[in-house]
Ligand binder design. Sequence first.
Ligand SMILES: Cc1ncc(COP(=O)(O)O)c(C=O)c1O
Length: 395
Amino acid sequence: MKLANRIHRIQPSATLEMTAKAAELKSKGVEVFNMSVGEPDFNTPSNIINAAIEAMNSGHTRYTPGAGTQSLKHAIQQKLMRDNHLDYNLEEIIVSSGGKHSLYNACQALFQAGDEVIIFSPYWVSFPDFVSVTGATPVFVKTNPTKQYEPIFDELESKINSNTKGIIINSPSNPTGGVWSDEAIKRTIDIARSNNIWVFSDECYEQLTYDLPFKSTYQLCPDYDKILTFQSCSKTYAMTGWRIGYTCGNKDVIKAMSKLQGQSTSCPNSIAQFAATEALLGDQSSVKNMKAAFKIRRDLIVNRLNSMDGISCDIPGGAFYVFPDISNLINRNVCGKIIKSALDLCLVLLESQSVVSVAGNSFGANHNIRFSYATSEDTINEAMNRLEKIILDCN
Ligand SMILES: Cc1ncc(COP(=O)(O)O)c(C=O)c1O
C-alpha cells in the first residue's frame, strides 16, 4: 500500500511503546515496576470530576465553539494572570485536545517545507515529528547537562540561518527535568528576536518546579510578540486522559489554528472543558500536594542513582523525570550483555528485572535513561534495588 509521504516522516512514540510493553508484561502476570510513565499517578481531584458530572447532567454534551468555550477561555485568562502574570485577550487563546494537539496545530499553522526549526537536545520525542510532518526540518542544538540542560549558545547561533522559522523551548523539560535560568531564556529570546524567529514555549510542567519559582517565557520577555505559550491541564491536575491544553499568543496564529482545528477535531471535548474550568479556577491545594509528593520522590531517586557505581544524575529542577548518565557503563558486561548504549541497559533492566524505563536514544541522548518518578516511593525503591543489583553483578 502506498501511504502518503508525511506518514513516513514520523516515528511511533517511544514512550507510548514502552508503556505498551509494560502493559504486555503485566497481562502475562509479571509484576512490573514501571518507571516509564509520563503522567501523574494521582487521580484527578474530586472537585474536577464533580464538575464534569454536573456538566453532563446539565446537558453540556454538545459541540462547543471550535476554539473552546468562553467560560474556559475566561478561566485560562484568569489563571495566566494569577500564576504567570500574563495578560492575554480572549482572541489570543485557543483550547485544544491536550498540549500535544496544541503544539501540533501550531506547527501546522506556521511551518512548511524549506523551513528549519530549532529543537534542543535531549528533546521530547514528539517535537521532531511535529516539525517533520509539516515538511520543515528539525535542527538539533546541544545543551549543557550540568546546567539544567540550558542551550550551548555558540551552537544555537551557528545553527540559525535565513530558513530558521522557529525555536521550541521546553522548560521544565521532558525528558531531562531541566529548568532553565531566567538568563538562559532571555538570551534565547534575544537570539530569536534578532533573527525574527517564532518561539514556542512548551510550559506543560510549569507547576512542577522544586527549587525556583517558575517564570513563563513571555513573562520574562513581554516585548517580543512572536512567543507562543503552551500550557496544559494534563500534568498539573492529573488530567492526562481528559485532553485539555491551550495556546496563547499572536491572534492571527490563534485564528489559523482555530481554522485548522475546526476542520479536524471540531472542538475539544465539551465535558472536559467544564472540568478544566473548575481545575483552573477551583481549589488549587491538590496541585500543591502533588508537587510536594513529587519533590520527595525526586530527592529519593536522585540519591539512589548517585549511590550507584557507574551512574551519575544531576538534580533536575522540575517535571517528574530524572535523566541519569550511564556513560561509565558503556562497553561493560551487564547480565551477559555488552552495553553499547542506554537502550541495551533499558532492555536488560526490562527483561531481567521487569523494570520499565525509556532509553535516552529516543530523546537524542544515547548515554542516558529516563526514569519517571510519577509513581510510589515503594516502586521507586524496588526499581532502584533492581537496577543496583544488575550493576553490582556487572563486570
Ligand atoms: C514536553 C511535553 N509537552 C507536551 C506534552 C503534552 O501533554 P498533553 O497533550 O497531555 O497536554 C507532554 C506530554 O507528555 C510533554 O511531555
